[in-house]
Design a protein around this ligand. Structure first.
Ligand code: HEC
Length: 119
């Protein structure tokens, strides 16, 4: 029996690792409110920042990175460039030479803007 103990420990560690990655994949943060039933998604600037601007735009439009105008890190900046942002994303002009913003995120952005881009 004694000699099986390390084997059992190793197996448990592997299983624990599996569980961990599954949990990470299914965590609310990773699924990001997108999987919430309609009506439960709070369309606000925070969501846009997490879903659209940070992953797809900050590389170029943030102070700490390439700092290309317009800066998209604050609500006020985004709000005052809304129509340019809307057309740049809907036409895939932005994010420039990077992969287009995925359809669900594009839709979120369009809905948020249609609501009057609430903070
Ligand atoms: C790889 C760098 C890069 C990324 C990523 C990027 N941009 Fe840009 N963006 C630029 C550059 C460079 C310009 C200036 C282009 C020009 O004027 O021709 C620009 C210009 C713009 C403009 C001004 C366009 C106009 O009408 O004058 C807007 C709005 C904009 N970007 C929005 C975004 C949004 C929204 C994202 C994310 C979805 C994004 N960009 C991602 C590089 C980037």
């Amino acid at each position: 029996m004694q000699e099986f103990i390390p084997l059992i420990v190793a197996c448990s560690l592997v299983l624990a690792g599996c569980n961990y990655s599954l949990e990470k994949k299914n965590s609310p943060a990773a699924a990001a409110d997108l999987n919430a039933p309609a009506g439960q998604v709070v369309l606000n600037f925070d969501l846009m920042e997490k879903q659209v601007f940070a992953p797809h735009c900050f590389e170029c439009h943030s102070l700490a990175r390439r700092n290309i105008s317009p800066n998209l890190e604050t609500f006020d900046n985004v709000k005052s460039n809304l129509s340019r942002i809307e057309s740049a994303v809907s036409t895939d002009f932005m994010p420039l030479d990077r992969p287009a913003v995925p359809a669900p995120q594009k839709q979120l952005l369009a809905q948020w803007i249609a609501l009057g881009a609430p903070q």
